[in-house]
Design a protein around this ligand. Structure first.
Ligand SMILES: [Zn+2]
Length: 312
């Protein structure tokens, strides 16, 4: 019995040693293979034409991967390859309010108009146009309110009251009211976010705040200044919010005179999204709206919230 046990131990030790030897052989093989190859070879890839408008055009189509790295033709060092890939994937190519992926009108041919009102917050944007809101309620006109975190902080009770009025839909107007950018690009003098983390914070922090306060996650997002690059749009969508801008500029940051607001609203067509503001009671947005609404009703338009049409 004892002899048998010893034999077993010897076999076990032999098997273990054999295993080690096998590993050693594999290691040696790898080392000699890399020695045989010598220095790392230069990569041969196909350089794209340096044509931005070509890129922008293709961004609009389904196929945005327009260049095929597997094609051969141009030799570049690893450093050049890194620069090329960085520029291709890290640097934004697009910037604006009407980029592919941003909703600017409703998906309907019916005579519906979505009035959207931003509340931007901050030192010059935390006012509340109570007359405007009272008028909408009195006229039974539904509207979408894009609210920024800072405005909520300055108008907490008003925000909570607005969120309980079924006529109004609360959506996300960002946390610090920054344009969504990968490299700090400015719009209207406001510095944009500088990387994916900052884009995420700008969208997500106010998303979470609104969810906490009203019990529902926003469906739609509008960045501070309404500017984005292509990554900003993609990140907002990943978080689950559809970026929304407009096709009728209703009050130009509440700087329009009432006649300008009225004339802007008269340009609305079936499916229009109108951008106005509810945070500048000193402006003439309300006065202009009051001039336009009866005529728009006469023309057969009905007013809707974004979610009424887009989430059906
Ligand atoms: Zn704003």
């Amino acid at each position: 019995m004892k002899k048998c046990k010893n034999t077993f131990i010897i076999v076990l030790v032999f098997l273990l040693l054999a295993g080690c030897t096998q590993d050693e052989k594999q290691k040696n093989k790898n080392t000699s293979a890399s020695k045989d190859l010598g220095a790392e070879p230069q990569k041969v890839i196909n350089l794209p034409p340096p044509n931005e408008s070509d890129y922008s055009q293709k961004m609009g189509s389904q196929n945005s991967e327009e260049f095929n790295l597997m094609n051969t033709g141009t030799t570049m060092t690893d450093a050049q390859l890194k620069t090329y890939l960085y520029n291709k994937f890290q640097t934004p190519k697009l910037w604006g309010e009407f980029l592919p992926g941003i909703m600017t009108s409703l998906n309907t041919a019916n005579k519906y108009i979505a009035l959207t009102f931003d509340a931007c917050g901050g030192p010059n944007g935390s006012g509340y146009d109570s007359q405007l809101i009272y008028y909408l309620r009195q006229q039974n006109i539904p509207a979408t309110l894009f609210i920024n975190s800072r405005w909520i902080d300055s108008n907490y009770n008003t925000f909570m009251a607005l969120s309980k009025i079924p006529l109004f839909e609360i959506e996300n107007h960002g946390t610090q009211h920054r344009p969504l950018s990968m490299n700090g690009r400015e719009a209207w003098g406001i510095k944009g976010t500088q990387n994916v983390n900052e884009i995420t914070d700008e969208v997500l922090n106010n998303d979470r705040k609104i969810k906490r306060l009203i019990g529902r996650t926003p469906y739609f997002f509008r960045s501070g200044t309404a500017y984005y690059d292509e990554t900003g749009i993609r990140v907002a969508k990943e978080i689950g919010e559809q970026p929304v801008n407009y096709n009728v500029l209703g009050d130009a940051g509440a700087t329009f005179k009432k006649e300008q607001v009225r004339d802007a609203l008269f340009k609305a067509a079936p499916g229009s999204i109108v951008l106005m503001h509810m945070n500048h009671p000193e402006g003439e947005t309300f006065e202009g709206l009051k001039l336009a609404i009866p005529e728009l009703k006469n023309r057969g338009f009905k007013f809707v919230r974004l979610a009424d049409i887009q989430l059906k």
